[in-house]
Design a protein around this ligand. Structure first.
Ligand code: NA7
Length: 529
């Protein structure tokens, strides 16, 4: 590893970093990927908690850049479990011979733009100092674990785990009294499995969440055959939908159909399973009354599956349906019918402290042998904030983003020339199917870098005006929806002190169109030097 100057340095070897490397190599550029973990896979490398599984169908949560890859790879289930997605990432790394340009066990500590030389210098935990014309952040949207600062955290005599940093050897909870804090997707996926092992499982819930059944199962060979017969068509149809997924939105309003018809439509979507439920009616995320009909339907399902009425009531969400990420579950609600599972409400009375014996809430003690923090992530900006990123004139990114992230298209931020963020804040990212959105960004960045090379441009930087207009547009769209009405991680509201700003861009097709227009017009909104 003697070379220290590259065309591009890529931070992260998840799906974004892997494809970015492959793409740049194909253009004859030199690139190196720097990765904290000892393997590829990003979020699927770290999130190994029991039940971890993608909530987007496996035939669409995959790369499409290689027709051979997507034809040859076989997914064994409708929704892929974490180990299989990790196998897939490893397969991709091997198939395209990517590992030789990935430096594992290497955390990037700082990234500094050099005004005199128009390039970036990255310093790493391994003591390396690497330089490149372009710095591409493929750091992921859900990669920086959010660990609440509970009093006495380190005093616990048992073991504490975070779902987003799960031990690679796995955890056996047999014979243990386990407490889990949080009831987001990670908790909802892991609770039914932990409950089967533990002597007792206590769930500490701050906000009840909506969950729809996955109805997961083995891959249906007929569905696989049909999609593979026209994979490009399947991808194109998904890309035309608002979320860039196969969720087709029924264009009716929930308020214009009869109650019976409405229930039937919800029932049909519930039977299909998964995120299709979100598309039952066109106005669920725009109109509070329409939204309430979906919320009522799910609450009735909870009452029907949870035997104890008080527990059912506590599990019934009161916030806007779909405002936080809708969870997709397998036996979640029914798990509360088990004798060894109890639910503790920490909404009004928060966790007081972690003690050597367990968790205390409102003076009540819960004796535990293990604590699982399913407390989510410092989403979208957390991983970037951990790196000391300094742009032109030495400005820290954390200063520039002190009141919330500001980007042009979620791809770049003014004053940080030649820095790109794959699925950055201000792009559809987490409100879309991540892998196609990653591919879209990688290809856009590759085209842009190629354009710079062809036109002898040393730097590219968005103008402040274009950035301001984009940030305003992202907010304008968000404010036409019900998304800003609850304390979600889309808004940064789950992390104490984080500015409340809606981060993802809503709407894949107009976003893709805008990015294409910008590029076709000679990268309008950017300045070159
Ligand atoms: P989420 O969805 O952010 O869930 C985290 C959960 O942890 C959520 O229920 C939080 O309650 C809870 N939480 C966080 N801090 C605390 C404290 N201090 N006390 C009690 N409870 C707390 O993260 P996940 O890992 O489940 O899922 C992330 C995404 O991964 C998911 O959306 C999918 O896209 C995949 P809150 O709701 O904030 O009141």
């Amino acid at each position: 590893m003697t070379e220290t100057k590259f065309d591009a340095l890529i931070v992260g070897a998840g799906f974004a970093g892997l494809y970015m490397l492959h793409k740049l190599r194909g253009m004859g550029m030199s690139a190196r990927v720097l990765e904290t973990g000892s393997g590829v896979g990003g979020t699927w490398y770290w999130n190994r908690y029991p039940g971890a599984r993608c909530d987007i169908g496996s035939l669409e949560y995959s790369y499409q850049f290689s027709a051979e890859l997507q034809q040859e790879w076989h997914w064994s289930e409708r929704y892929a479990p974490q180990p299989e997605i990790l196998d897939y990432a490893n397969h991709v790394a091997d198939r395209f011979d990517l590992r030789r340009d990935i430096q594992f066990n290497t955390r990037v500590l700082s990234a500094t733009f050099n005004d005199a030389t128009n390039d970036w210098t990255l310093e790493t935990s391994t003591g390396d100092r690497l330089t490149a014309t372009h710095c591409i952040m493929a750091t992921g949207c859900l990669s920086s674990a959010n660990t609440p600062d509970f009093d006495g955290m380190d005093s616990f005599n048992g073991t504490t785990y975070h779902t987003g940093k799960w031990p690679h050897e796995g955890v056996d909870f047999s014979g243990l009294r386990v407490g889990i804090i949080g009831t987001g997707s990670s908790a909802i996926q892991s609770i039914p499995i932990i409950a089967e092992q533990a002597t007792h499982l206590t769930v500490f819930q701050r906000t009840a969440n909506y969950a729809v059944p996955a109805h997961n199962g083995p891959m249906d060979p007929d569905i696989e055959r049909a999609i593979k017969a026209d994979y490009a068509g399947f991808r194109a149809r998904n890309a035309a939908n608002r979320t860039g997924t196969s969720t087709v939105v029924n264009m009716q309003s929930a308020l214009t159909v009869s109650e019976d018809d409405r229930d039937q439509i919800y029932e049909e979507r519930w039977e299909v399973g998964g995120l299709q439920f979100r598309g039952a009616f066109s106005d669920l995320i725009f109109d509070l009354d329409a939204n309430e009909t979906a919320a009522d339907f799910v609450r009735a399902k909870i009452r029907a599956s949870v035997k104890d009425p008080a527990t059912a009531e506590l599990l019934s969400p009161t916030n806007t349906f779909g405002c936080k990420r809708l969870c997709v579950d397998t036996d979640y609600y029914a798990t509360y019918n088990r004798d060894n599972v109890s639910l503790v409400d920490v909404s009004e009375t928060p966790v007081d402290a972690i003690t050597p014996e367990g968790v205390t809430v409102g003076g009540e003690r819960y004796a535990l042998d293990a604590i699982v923090l399913a407390t989510g992530f410092d989403a979208m900006t957390g991983a970037l904030a951990k790196i000391d990123i300094r742009g032109a004139g030495g400005t820290p990114l954390t200063d520039k983003w002190a009141a919330g992230p500001r980007t042009y298209l979620g791809l770049a931020t003014a004053g940080f020339p030649n820095l790109f963020t794959i699925t950055g804040p201000g792009s559809p990212s987490v409100l879309s199917n991540m892998i196609p959105s990653i591919e879209h960004h990688v290809e856009w960045i590759a085209d842009c870098v190629g354009y710079m090379r062809d036109n002898n441009h040393a730097t590219i930087d968005p103008t402040l005006e274009s950035e301001d207009a984009w940030v305003e547009h992202v907010n304008e769209i968000a404010n036409t929806t019900l998304y800003p009405t609850c304390n979600s991680w889309y808004l940064g509201a789950n992390v104490p002190g984080k500015p409340r700003v809606f981060m993802p861009y809503i709407g894949v097709p107009p976003y893709v169109e805008k990015c294409a227009k910008v590029a076709n017009n000679g990268y309008e909104g950017f300045s070159f030097s």
